[in-house]
Design a protein around this ligand. Sequence first.
Ligand code: DC
Length: 230
Amino acid sequence: MSDPIPVLTIDGPSGSGKGTISRLVAQRLGWHYLDSGALYRAVGVAAGWADLDLDDAGALVRCTFDTEIGFRESDAGELRVLVNGHDATDELRTETAGAAASAIAAIPEVRAALKDRQRAFRRPPGLVTDGRDMGTVIFPDAPYKVFLTASAAERAERRYKQLKDKGVSVTMDGLLREILARDARDASRTVAPLRPAEGAVHIDTTGLDIDAVVERVLAAVVPRPRTSVA
Ligand code: DC
């Protein structure tokens, strides 16, 4: 029996604008939102706090089971992420947390341990979720699937602006290298590699502003006839 609660999956590489777009689309639809990358980043941060070796898969799997991850909205309407009860939102966005998340995300048992936690976000009236394998592995039955891309140069530039605004000093060359390395790692891992789900609507966001992308994604969410009512 198919799940009647609709899901819109938005997958794509880092810097494709998934996070911003998904949040805005969720607001427009009045649906729940899950940033699945935050779960991997949260485990990465918890592993860092516990001083775990990123090559020790056993310890990282235990850490995944032991890490409590919560989401709450701040008074200003921002989504805050709690790791073991501590607000780790800012730490989660660092390059260190991103690199740790990418390494941890390659461990099959970690991915398996996070599966049910992700599926629990499917609640009425619907869910918008972004990540790498939302449409392929976690919600393969989602009625709406989008794959967002952008050129590596544009993704590096967006990240550069974000970090500069935060006063973090980085170089474009360094960022581009990191983005390409992360893409290669996320796409080449044997478990749940980054690839478009079958039937996903592809949107290249290079040169498009946020509103234009939001409208294109919303256009992908057109009511479809229910095929099975069991
Ligand atoms: O989307 P992000 O940059 O916050 O993701 C951080 C890392 O987590 C990314 O390098 C790959 C991994 N990830 C994943 O493997 N599967 C997901 N569904 C989401 C993120």
